[in-house]
Design a protein around this ligand. Structure first.
Ligand SMILES: [Ca+2]
Length: 178
């Protein structure tokens, strides 16, 4: 009977060793917008950038294209994202380029609210893989500069970037990674 017992013990040990490692933390999602509601967004003169021509979720997405150089912009204070100052954030969104004639960029800016100085300008492009005609997710991990403080403003918007046909962005998500 000793042999089976040893085998059982060995199996238990192997099982314990082969358990999957826990996945790395994915961070805390601090902002999400599917454009079905507009809380936190600045419509201003860019209200036309909201469209129902295409959507990744629901019925509505952001649009840029000829005559629509910039979409409406998400804006918030960094200090509202977490109780402690974040060191790194991830900005992610889904984009749709119907053809190669679209060239949108999802822009993230960090701005000093006192003097308007840009601390960060980060652009996410969607066309690298030539996956035209289908929704693709892209993200950028942004390490916040030392100058970024509680009241630093974050702006996220889509930029047409010279596209001669429309492009669409939906389901923006901002996550605190560190
Ligand atoms: Ca949507």
């Amino acid at each position: 009977m000793r042999f089976p017992l040893c085998v059982l013990l060995l199996c238990s040990l192997l099982n314990a060793c082969s358990k999957k490692k826990p996945e790395a933390p994915q961070g805390n999602v601090v902002a999400h917008n599917d454009f079905e509601n507009l809380e936190g967004w600045i419509p201003a003169e860019t209200a036309g950038s909201l469209t129902q021509e295409a959507a990744h979720s629901g019925t509505t997405a952001l649009k840029v294209g000829p005559g629509l150089n910039y979409s409406m912009s998400y804006s918030n204070m960094l200090g509202k994202f977490s109780k402690v100052r974040p060191n790194k954030i991830r900005v992610a969104a889904w984009g749709l380029l119907p053809t190669k004639n679209s060239n949108p960029v999802l822009v993230t800016e960090l701005v000093n609210p006192t003097n308007g100085t840009k601390l960060i300008w980060e652009g996410i492009t969607f066309g690298k893989d030539q996956k035209y005609g289908r929704w693709i997710r892209r993200y950028a991990d942004i390490t916040l500069p030392p100058e970024a403080t509680y009241d630093t403003q974050i702006f996220v918007y889509a930029w047409n970037n010279g596209g001669i046909e429309p492009a669409y962005v939906d389901d923006l998500e901002i996550t605190v990674l560190e």
